[in-house]
Ligand binder design. Structure first.
Ligand SMILES: Nc1ncnc2c1ncn2[C@@H]1O[C@H](COP(=O)(O)OP(=O)(O)O)[C@@H](O)[C@H]1O
Ligand SMILES: [Mg+2]
Length: 261
């Protein structure tokens, strides 16, 4: 039985005169690996920003497990069970790996910075719980042995894995990954794909932006294609490849085996 976990309805974002995302609608099923593809500037990141509350939408709606997320704040959306990673690496250089992962928990933790500063017993207990959960997440992505290294000493691929661990610490049900494979070598990409597949196995749902078509074809169940803010295709990778509109938009060049994301 397929069950809708996320419903995006006619979502629109206008920046001045530019319509970056234009009435885009789609649904994602629980447990799916769902891809969003399209040329540079198509509106993919803006779409993610609206879904995760980083940017307010101009119009349209987002429903997660039938809760309306529209115009909610990022922390409220995280509490509802949706987290993300960013297109550009967003790792705090001056922190150890485990500290970086723990920052992901603060969005849902009961304590705030003020009570944390007072070091109340409850706070310490919560911190210890967060630390062990952080280690668990690092084990999950295969870099627990690097927990106490400074984050900026890690290879790029491991920093990407760190970001996924940080997105996973609050036990979300849906994670959005914005170009997670960008800049990774083939070994690192394979490792990342394995992590995504393993987490899905355990019930996680993923939406990801990716430009490597081989990855999209091999791991996504379904995808949407956006071009100039507009959805121009949707379906399984096979269906999308046969869609004349998609082919015309940017699969046109037969030489290209990758398309821009
Ligand atoms: N904060 C912003 N202010 C103004 N224009 C923006 C902003 N963010 C994105 N855009 C514009 O919106 C369009 C879509 O951008 P983006 O969502 O980053 O595309 P993609 O992620 O598909 O490459 C582009 O034309 C971009 O210049
Ligand atoms: Mg982008």
């Amino acid at each position: 039985m397929t069950e809708t976990i996320l419903r995006v309805e006619s979502l629109t974002k206008q920046f001045g005169g530019v319509v970056a995302v234009d009435k885009v609608s789609f649904e994602v099923n629980r447990g799916e690996i769902f891809a969003v593809i399209g040329p540079n500037g198509a509106g993919k990141t803006t779409l993610f920003n609206m879904i995760t509350g980083v940017l307010p939408s101009t119009s349209g709606d987002v429903y997660f497990e039938d809760k309306r997320l529209t115009k909610k704040k990022p922390y409220q959306i995280a509490q509802a069970g949706v987290t993300r990673t960013f297109q550009n690496l967003e790792v705090f250089d001056n922190m150890t790996v485990i500290e970086n992962v723990m920052t992901g928990a603060h969005i849902t933790m009961k304590t705030n910075m003020l009570t944390a500063g007072l070091r109340l017993p409850g706070v310490v207990k919560e911190e210890v719980k967060t630390m062990s959960r952080a280690i668990e997440c690092l084990e999950h992505v295969g870099i627990a042995h690097l927990a106490y290294e400074m984050s900026n000493t890690l290879p790029y691929g491991s920093q990407r894995l760190l970001e996924i661990a940080r997105a996973a610490i609050s036990k979300p049900k849906l994670i959005l990954l914005d170009e997670p494979m960008a800049g990774l070598n083939s070994e690192e990409s394979r490792q990342l794909v394995d992590v995504i597949l393993k987490m899905r196995e355990e019930g996680m749902t993923f939406i990801f932006v990716e430009h490597d078509m081989e990855t999209v074809m091999s791991i996504s169940d379904r995808l949407v294609v956006v071009d100039n803010g507009v959805k121009i295709g949707e379906g399984t990778p096979d269906e999308v490849y046969k869609n004349p509109k998609v082919v015309a938009a940017y699969l046109g060049d037969e030489e290209e085996d990758t398309i821009y994301a």
